[in-house]
Design a protein around this ligand. Structure first.
Ligand code: CTP
Ligand code: CA
Length: 226
């Protein structure tokens, strides 16, 4: 069982976790991507399984091995991630969006490799918005009582940004962390504040990503029970 947990409090529950970062292709060899390692999402999947949940992990470009006892769906782009999350969320008790979803994708995909032309400047890159998966699943819950959780890496006024993002997205919980040295990207550790729609704010001290994952599942389990 996971750290500090004495009973499988998520037994009989189905949870969906997204992890990693989407890649938005420009041509057959290039993409727009981000620095998400997927480790926090994998920690969420492992700890949920340890607490007895049936877990669907929707993975984008992490290169990490499938965790034991977890159903894994592999996707590449934001559009594919949306499709996989909506499908799995239809019968889930909780959905946790730990994946870094590209906000924009190239408006056009070049079927052949984009080539330089002598003496010509490159054409400007035209981008279009990707769907907001977290806002969509929050607004259209598969069933009342489904718990929806988002993640946000912020700079500057981290908490104020987090509070307004929680409202904007309409989710139940938003895990906010500050982006910086030793924090977040690629690291084994994390430090965050879990903001809840009911106004509660739970600071989680610097520590393993599993410890943060367990705080998230504590909060999810409490909402599912209540
Ligand atoms: N998210 C999503 N779909 C998107 C963008 C983000 O589902 N197209 C989810 C992420 O998985 C994360 C949460 O929304 O759980 C917050 O992501 P973030 O990038 O911080 O939110 P944005 O609304 O894109 O805000 P920003 O402009 O600050 O990037
Ligand atoms: Ca974003």
């Amino acid at each position: 069982l996971a750290r500090g947990v004495t009973e499988p409090d998520l037994a009989g529950r189905h949870v969906v976790v997204s992890a990693g970062g989407t890649r938005e292709p420009l041509d057959p060899v290039r993409y727009l991507g981000n620095r998400s390692s997927g480790k926090q999402g994998y920690a969420l999947a492992r700890t949920a399984a340890a607490r007895g949940a049936r877990v669907t992990l929707i993975e984008a470009n992490t290169g990490l091995a499938d965790p034991a006892g977890v159903d894994v769906v592999h996707v590449g782009t934001a559009v594919q991630l949306r499709e996989a999350v909506l499908k799995a969320a239809a019968e889930a008790d909780a959905v946790v969006m730990a994946a870094a979803v590209a906000d924009f994708r190239p408006a056009d995909y070049a079927q052949g490799k984009i080539k330089k032309k002598d003496g010509e400047e490159p054409a400007p890159l035209v981008l279009v918005r990707n769907p907001d998966i977290l806002a969509e699943i929050s607004a259209e819950r598969a069933h009342p009582g489904q718990v929806v959780v988002g993640f946000a890496a912020e700079t500057d006024d981290v908490l104020a940004n987090g509070r307004s993002k929680l409202r904007r997205k309409g989710c139940d919980l938003l895990v906010v962390n500050e982006v910086g040295e030793r924090k977040t990207f690629g690291s084994e550790e994390n430090e965050a504040v879990v903001l809840a729609a009911d106004g509660s704010e739970t600071p989680v001290p610097h520590g393993p990503k599993e410890a943060l994952a367990d705080v998230v599942w504590d909060q999810v389990a409490a909402r599912l029970a209540g």
